[in-house]
Design a protein around this ligand. Structure first.
Ligand code: ADP
Ligand code: MG
Length: 695
């Protein structure tokens, strides 16, 4: 594409546009705000708003919106036009006040009891650290969203707070190593996004996909992903056209979509952007998902982002590649070239190991949803057990440090951090471990449990906060040390000893690991309700309030929102199943039964004693299964009605998990058996084979 440099970020009010269009002082003020978190005066905001408006109008824009990320997991916007009445004329205006603050009605967004509908006022407020952009002819202003009473009602606010927390603590640690030139520390994310593409005409025939985003029934086709012939395979022309259009749309928004390929399952694909700071990466990933879906319809396709659209076929995840870097351009997770740098790298590594071990529950919670429960531990994604993969070399180095013996790569070398030389360890040379939930990949960690529909905000909020907490503890110890080198050595050694149980380089998909993890005392929170029940415990309240990421009330509201979403999701799925069975499946099966009966009657009447055993056998079998199916549907209806009595959300979600989901599974098994028996032309929905191999 020859004009790529012209279209890239053409819809973004980014640094170069600001440099060109803002007076020098205003430009300086906004840069300072972005880099150091200082605030912007109303005067500057007026100048910036005006420049944004002129830039947008030149591109045919008439409206603006605060673009925010409520707890629905998707984004929200309310469009206002620039027009103002000026006597009998209409003029285009956009003030600093409008840029800074919006007042959407907050009552219809999930708040976990924080807001009652009669108290509907909420505020959106411009986040100057993420660039303003144009989408659908509207100027979109990335914003935070909070209640009148100031509690955060969104995912961006705690993310920004968590970035602040890790910045503060990492700076303290860096100072100890004499890095006085560093003034800001950022965390970065590069989310690899998996998705399915299916034909829209087929999608429209399946209510389960329409209502739930995943199939609730579906027998396995003769061919699934058995041949492994899709992974990195040639991209089909229709898909390629979609990917090319997608790249173009993302590039216009300054989203650096970098690589695209076919994934393991048929009809499954992946897109990975170039990484950026977690705040911008989160905004960009939300936009990517939105555009993926929207663009698919222009190609008469549907983009499925659900974690498990098809049973028996790999689901979709989102690998959250995460690293910590400084404003001086140093990646703090890059092993260093000299002993000093290596000691610093090791301390950051220790902070992560300690954090992940201490807060296994939080990482698990950050990826907990009804959809992701179908994927984690299904031999296609890591199990629900959190562990860290470090690779052989780094593991050997840690073992050497722990035991005080020399590291074999450099014979007879005593590892004495900070003075004698540590080996210059670079990228791990061993095979990548694709089964690990949290893998070190040379200069970043790859958190592989995130579900494909998730906002990456929560995983990064939790990662930032737990690592900030370890760094805080380390800084508290080392700032008071009289013998830095000695205490640093001791701290690293002790941390390895205490937290090494979280390290695991083996196969995370194996049964042996489940047993071994249990022996090590690691958590195995298999389902969302089990995981969420940990969110508001004392340890976590203390952690989040200490670092000002969530207040206790906010944490409690997130706990309720997550459980409520789980219950609602399973409830919608079970109602959809009931609807499909009663309205489509039973009538369709009966039509086939009728055909069989007619055959029997005709065979009997026309030809006397001709063999009709096949029809008889099918009739018997189908009638038995259809009766069991109907019984199960009735059971399910009664069970769902019973759940209305329960008001405690944790109890309720446990009942969905323990009673409703198993009943749904039984119902599904019956229907899938029927699908295998009933003639194709009578089955009311496109089959898995149709859906997966249609394009
Ligand atoms: P893979 O070997 O899994 O293909 P890549 O190096 O291509 O890994 O990166 C995959 C993702 O990780 C990309 O989105 C990339 O931008 C991101 N990434 C690379 N380096 C970093 C980093 N230092 N911090 C965060 N994300 C990163
Ligand atoms: Mg990856």
């Amino acid at each position: 594409m020859s004009n790529l440099s012209q279209i890239f970020a053409s819809m973004v009010f980014n640094d170069s546009v600001m440099k060109e269009r803002l007076p020098k002082d205003t430009y300086k003020a906004i840069k300072k705000c972005m880099e150091e978190g200082s605030s912007i005066s109303l005067n500057d905001a007026n100048v910036i708003a005006n420049a944004m408006k002129d830039w947008a109008i030149e591109k045919g824009v008439t409206h603006f919106t605060h673009w925010f990320q409520p707890m629905t997991g998707i984004t929200a916007e309310k469009h206002d036009s620039f027009i103002e009445r000026c006597e009998d004329q209409i003029i285009m205006e956009f003030s600093g006040k409008e840029l800074i603050k919006g007042e959407p009605d907050a009552s219809s967004f999930p708040s976990g009891g924080l807001r009652d509908t009669f108290e509907a006022r909420g505020y959106t407020s411009w986040d100057p650290t993420s660039y303003v952009f144009i989408k659908d002819n509207t100027l979109c202003i990335p914003s935070v969203f909070c209640a009148y009473t100031e509690e955060a009602l969104d995912k961006k606010t705690p993310l920004l707070r968590s970035m602040e927390a890790i910045n503060k603590q990492a700076l303290r640690v860096l100072k100890l190593f004499g890095n006085n030139d560093v003034t800001r520390v950022f965390t970065n994310a590069g989310p690899e996004q998996e998705y399915f593409l299916i034909d829209k005409d087929l999608y429209d025939k399946r209510r389960d996909l329409i209502y739930c985003g995943r199939t609730l029934f579906g027998a396995m086709p003769p061919k699934g992903q058995d041949l492994d012939d899709h992974y990195f395979g040639t991209i089909k022309p229709r898909v390629l056209k979609y990917m090319q259009d997608l790249d173009k749309e993302l590039w216009k928004l300054g989203i650096p979509a970098k690589s695209e390929h076919n994934e393991v399952a048929p009809a499954q694909h992946e897109l990975a952007p170039i990484f950026t700071t977690v705040n911008i990466a989160t905004d960009q990933n939300q936009l990517t998902m939105e555009i993926m879906k929207k663009l698919a319809t222009y190609h008469n396709l549907v983009c499925l982002l659900h974690e498990k659209p098809f049973e028996g076929i790999n689901g979709s995840g989102k690998h959250n590649n995460w690293s910590i870097s400084t404003n001086t351009g140093v990646n703090l997770l890059s092993p260093g070239e000299n002993p000093q740098e290596n000691a610093q790298f090791l301390l950051f590594l220790m902070a992560i190991i300690k954090a992940v071990d201490t807060h296994q529950d939080l990482l698990r919670i950050s990826v907990a949803s009804a959809g992701n429960d179908h994927r984690l531990g299904a031999n296609e994604a890591p199990p629900a057990i959190i562990s860290i993969f470090l690779g052989t070399e780094l593991t050997e180095i840690l073992e050497a440090i722990e035991n005080g013996y020399s590291y074999s790569k450099k014979p007879n070398m005593k590892l004495d951090i900070g003075v004698d030389s540590l080996p210059p360890f670079t990228k791990d040379t061993t095979d990548r471990n694709r089964t690990s939930p949290f893998a070190f990949t040379g200069n970043k960690f790859e958190f592989r449990m995130v579900g494909s529909t998730f906002s990456i905000a929560s995983p990064n909020i939790f990662l930032n906060t737990i690592v900030a907490d370890s760094l805080c503890e380390f800084a508290d110890i080392l700032e008071n040390s009289d013998d830095f080198k000695n205490d640093l050595n001791k701290l690293i050694k002790e941390t390895i000893k205490k937290h090494k149980r979280i390290l695991f380089n083996g196969n995370n998909y194996s049964n042996e690991w489940i047993l071994e993890a249990k022996r090590r005392g690691l958590l195995n929170l298999k389902t969302t309700p089990e995981a969420i029940s940990y969110l508001n415990n004392d340890k976590n309240i203390k952690l989040f309030t200490k670092h000002n990421v969530f207040s206790e009330v906010e944490l409690q509201s997130r706990y309720e929102i997550l459980l409520e979403k789980y219950c609602k999701t399973v409830n919608i799925e079970s109602l959809t199943m009931i609807d499909m069975v009663k309205k489509d499946i039973i009538p369709s099966v009966n039509a086939y039964v009728n055909e069989l009966l007619e055959i029997v009657v005709r065979k009997k009447s026309l030809l006397g004693n001709i063999n009709y055993k096949t029809e008889e056998y099918l009739l018997n079998k189908i009638s038995d299964i259809i009766y069991l199916t109907y019984e199960k549907v009735e059971d399910l209806e009664v069970l769902i009605n019973d759940l209305d009595k329960h008001t405690d959300l944790l109890d309720k979600s446990n009942l969905y998990k323990d009673i409703i989901i198993p009943t749904m599974n039984n119902l599904r098994a019956l229907v899938d058996t029927l699908e295998g028996i009933v003639a194709r032309k009578y089955w009311p929905y496109p089959s898995y084979g149709d859906l997966l191999f249609s394009i």
